[in-house]
Design a protein around this ligand. Structure first.
Ligand code: ZN
Length: 191
């Protein structure tokens, strides 16, 4: 599956929109991205999980378990676990801290793949990586459906994504689309 095909698949499912949007941060952007709109279709979720897993296999990354942060990473994490034939668990944020709950744990030196739906600044992914390391796991790679940093974020391990997007966002007063007289549309919900 080529990156262009992935882009088309996202667009077809309205998971990737071009226009003039007001993001939950208040910033304006010409791109709106919501992976849940494609992952709601189990067949597409399975297909994307398989595509991303293919990259892991092709690069000979050995994985014992997939760990993804809730809620965004859970569906694609589950699909990746299925495609790689390993268990898939998820982290949750409680009182600002990233934790493994529900009896989930990682083993000493277990090779863990961190799976996200989208990486923007990488801050929350980094917290997940630190927590896993503190629990003795070995983080071997990070995979995401979409990389919104266009490859700029570095976790010190190999990174894989199906789509790389450099999304420009603007303060309202600096927004070129507003300057042309357009009105930003609000989409989705606040994080
Ligand atoms: Zn604007």
């Amino acid at each position: 599956m080529l990156r262009e095909d992935v882009r088309e698949l996202f667009k077809k499912n309205n998971a990737l929109l071009n226009g003039h949007f007001k993001l939950s941060s208040g910033l304006h952007s010409d791109t709106y991205f919501q992976s849940a709109l494609i992952l709601q279709h189990p067949k597409e979720a399975e297909r994307l999980g398989e595509e991303l897993a293919k990259k892991i296999r092709e690069n000979n990354v050995k994985v014992d378990a997939v760990v993804s942060p809730a809620t965004g990473g859970v569906v694609i994490g589950q699909e990746m676990g299925g495609a790689l034939g390993v268990r898939a668990i998820f982290t949750e944020r409680v009182g600002g801290k990233v934790l493994l709950r529900r009896g989930f744990s990682v083993n000493e030196n277990e090779k863990v793949l961190v799976v996200e739906d989208v990486i923007t600044t990488g801050l929350s992914t980094r917290e997940v990586i630190e927590m896993l390391k503190a629990n003795g796991a070995q983080v071997v790679a990070v995979a995401s459906l979409v990389d919104r940093s266009a490859g700029k974020v570095d976790f010190g391990v190999p990174r894989f994504s199906l789509l790389s997007l450099e999304v420009k966002s603007y303060k309202e007063e600096d927004c070129p689309m507003c300057k042309k007289g357009g009105v930003a549309v609000k989409h989705g919900s606040r994080k």
